[in-house]
Design a protein around this ligand. Structure first.
Ligand code: 5GP
Length: 204
């Protein structure tokens, strides 16, 4: 049987740059991760493509996916549903490939219950002021949405304690290097790979 891939979960407050760090990570050739595209009921932002950035769904469609247990986790965040398709994650891990989720903290805690062996990384802004600047300069959201996202961000930062690693996103390239180092180290953890070498001893 093939060794299962690693499930990597990246969370962090809204505006911290999870999307940017994820895209930078996926553009690098020395790490191979498989991105799980989420479902959401949020309307697409300009430039977002269905099936690439998200699978955009109506509330009815999303609720039907919940009812059919098609989601590994889901959460309501600032008035919209977001969730991870369970089939893609299971299939990809079974193929021995590493799966990367970029999700908010309530969802991450559900994944933690289902996959305690997952790798949970929290992306941290250098400061709250910097975070507010980033949310404001994205320019795609109204003042009300910005305030809601800042409130959510404060609560999200308090959840940092539930994660295995904290990575500061001071510079995207540096944050990527840290995440790659963590993934490499996790692949060498004795409890993950002991079986492989036990088998080697049995054969020889
Ligand atoms: P945005 O609307 O800015 O794309 O995403 C809002 C928040 O939802 C972000 O923190 C993002 O990481 C999170 N998110 C995206 N996909 C999922 C998902 O499948 N599940 C959960 N729980 N959160 C998600």
């Amino acid at each position: 049987m093939k060794e299962r891939g690693l499930l990597i979960v990246l969370s962090g407050p809204s505006g911290v740059g999870k999307g940017t760090v994820r895209k930078a990570l996926f553009s690098q050739t020395d790490i191979k991760l498989h991105y799980s595209i989420s479902m959401t009921t949020r309307k697409p932002r300009e430039g977002e493509v269905d099936g690439v950035d998200y699978f955009f769904k109506s509330r009815e469609e999303f609720e039907s996916l919940i009812a059919q247990s098609k989601l590994l986790e889901w959460a309501e965040f600032v008035g919209n549903y977001y969730g991870t398709p369970v089939d893609y994650v299971e299939k990809t891990l079974q193929e021995g490939k590493d799966v990367f989720l970029e999700i908010e903290v309530q969802g991450a805690m559900q994944v933690r219950k289902a996959f305690p062996e997952g790798l949970f990384i929290f992306l941290m802004p250098p400061s709250l002021t910097e975070l507010e600047n980033r949310i404001t300069t994205r320019g795609t959201e109204s003042n009300e949405v910005i305030n809601n996202r800042m409130n959510a961000a404060r609560q999200e930062i308090e959840m940092m304690n539930a994660y295995d690693y904290v990575v500061e996103n001071d510079e995207v390239e540096l944050a990527c290097e840290r995440i790659k180092a963590i993934v490499t180290a996790e692949h060498c953890r004795r409890d993950r790979i002991a079986n492989r070498y036990r088998k080697m001893l049995e054969v020889e």
